[in-house]
Ligand binder design. Structure first.
Ligand code: ZN
Length: 470
């Protein structure tokens, strides 16, 4: 049996691993590359295998860097079966449609710029023209028919003679999984564990990660392989203080948020804050993101994924997201109308790093007002508008205008959907003593630091398209 890595190396991440065993080809994840290099080009390149030859795609979770190239896979000939949990299936559909929509928009923008507007639609080419999208909405819709069996946590699925898979709750986002493959080929047996992304323990909405024991080979993520998180309780307290302080100034409060997971977590904390009287009872919250609203609705369909206490409350009739003063803003016209509100509104909108989306309009309307607040609740990479504001810029360029930064800026660092170094080590220890551990999905620095702290295993850091015999 042979394992090859087509999604991650030391510079870029985008999960995509291929296992060749007992005459079957099984792909684990098919993510879009994110980070480092010229990514558009990287994403359009050949996969490193023939999509038509893949029998089964096992999907760990619905983040773009794990499912974002599925429409491209189907477009290029994949006709196999996609298997994931019920929640992942719904979320992945949403994430792929959103990605396709963004790519269509970007392609339109690029073709307008290059003066070829209107031509690219009829331009047939074997090559990926820079002004055509990687895939379109129709391609994303087409993926639906390849989603087959639903995986349930802890239930073994026989995929083919000599190939079985079991999904375990990874505690990372709704429906996320680590996947154990039990393989047998000519009397040679192997247990191979793919971590997916590993969540951090002790979060209120999701369960702690479940780790199967006795893997021979482990493929694991190392996003925070060199860092420790602060406890989430301290961050929640800090978040409530920021919300109260910002509202007391008399203006509005903007919270740039990622649509999937972070938005739901923040809604949950706001709801709890009001319920426990740690936040004002009359809080008016506007969730201004069609994507986040849909993701929240999907959360409400899947209480089977919740942490036990939250699940029990939900069954007892308490919806974790049903904050009394919550307004869903789907329509663009309603989003624009929010600019009429000068005071007391808490507006959650994307994107989380302020690189696009509706949040930019709200920042434009509120950033220069000294009685307003902006609360950052997630990671912001170098060069993004969020990072520029966090780093203390006096003025920023926004939608073609120079906007002064006079609003109060708060940064809450402790919210994370990833395990930190200590938790990653504990996770690895629980897998047993695997002969070999492949590190993926982390920056080089984090990966190397993590590799040094691992014991009782051979460590590999595969390059893109590298293969190993197992
Ligand atoms: Zn993830």
């Amino acid at each position: 049996m042979r394992l090859s890595f087509h999604g991650a190396d030391r510079e870029v991440t985008g999960s995509c691993h291929l296992l060749h065993c007992a005459g079957r080809r099984i792909l684990v994840d098919c993510g879009l590359f994110q980070g480092g290099r010229e990514l558009e080009e990287e994403n359009a390149r050949p996969f490193g295998f023939d999509p038509a030859e893949i029998d089964i795609l096992l999907l760990t979770h619905a983040h773009l860097d794990h499912c974002g190239r599925i429409p491209l896979l189907v477009k290029r000939g994949f006709r196999g079966e996609i298997i994931c949990t019920a929640a992942t299936r719904e979320l992945a559909r949403l994430v792929m449609l959103d990605a396709a929509h963004l790519q269509e928009e970007e392609a339109r923008y690029r073709s307008g710029k290059s003066g070829r507007h209107g031509h690219h639609r009829h331009h047939k080419s074997e090559h990926h023209a820079p002004e055509s999208p990687l895939y379109c909405i129709l391609d994303a819709v087409n993926c639906a028919e390849y989603f087959g069996r639903t995986a349930e946590y802890g239930k073994r699925l026989e995929l083919a003679p000599g190939v079985a898979a079991t999904f375990f709750d990874a505690g990372h986002i709704l429906g996320s999984a680590s996947i154990l493959l039990e393989l047998s080929e000519n009397g040679h047996r192997r247990r191979i564990l793919f971590s997916g992304d590993i969540g951090n323990a002790g979060r209120p909405l999701l369960r702690d990660p479940v780790v199967p024991h006795g893997a021979d080979a482990v493929i694991m993520e190392t996003t925070y392989g060199d860092r420790q998180h602060r406890p989430v309780d301290a961050s929640v307290t800090e978040f409530y203080a920021a919300v109260s302080d910002a509202l007391e100034q008399g203006g509005n409060v903007i919270i740039p948020t990622f649509a999937l997971e972070r938005a739901q977590e923040i809604l949950y904390f706001l709801h709890e804050g009001v319920r426990q009287k740690r936040l004002p009872a009359h809080l008016q919250v506007f969730l201004d993101s069609p994507m986040a609203i849909s993701a929240t609705e999907i959360f409400e369909h899947h209480p089977e994924c919740y942490e036990a206490k939250t699940a029990a409350l939900f069954r007892g009739g308490r919806d974790p997201f049903a904050l009394p003063g919550l307004h869903f803003v789907r329509e663009a016209a309603d989003s624009i109308a929010l600019s009429q509100i000068r005071s007391g509104a808490l507006i959650m909108a994307g994107s989380g790093m302020c690189t696009g989306g509706r949040v930019r309009h709200h920042l434009k309307n509120n950033l220069s007002r000294s009685n307003c607040g902006v609360i950052f609740v997630g990671y912001a990479s170098e060069g993004t508008l969020a990072r520029i504001i966090i780093d203390g810029a006096d003025a920023v360029r926004l939608l073609g205008e120079e906007v002064l930064v006079k609003a109060h800026v708060y940064t809450i660092n402790g919210f994370s959907a990833h395990a930190d170094q200590r938790e990653l080590l504990a996770w690895h220890a629980r897998t047993g003593k695997p002969e070999v551990t492949f590190l993926v999905h982390g920056e080089a620095k984090a990966m190397q630091a993590f590799a040094r702290s691992l014991r009782h295993t051979r460590v590999e850091m595969p390059a893109l398209h590298q293969s190993y015999d197992l």
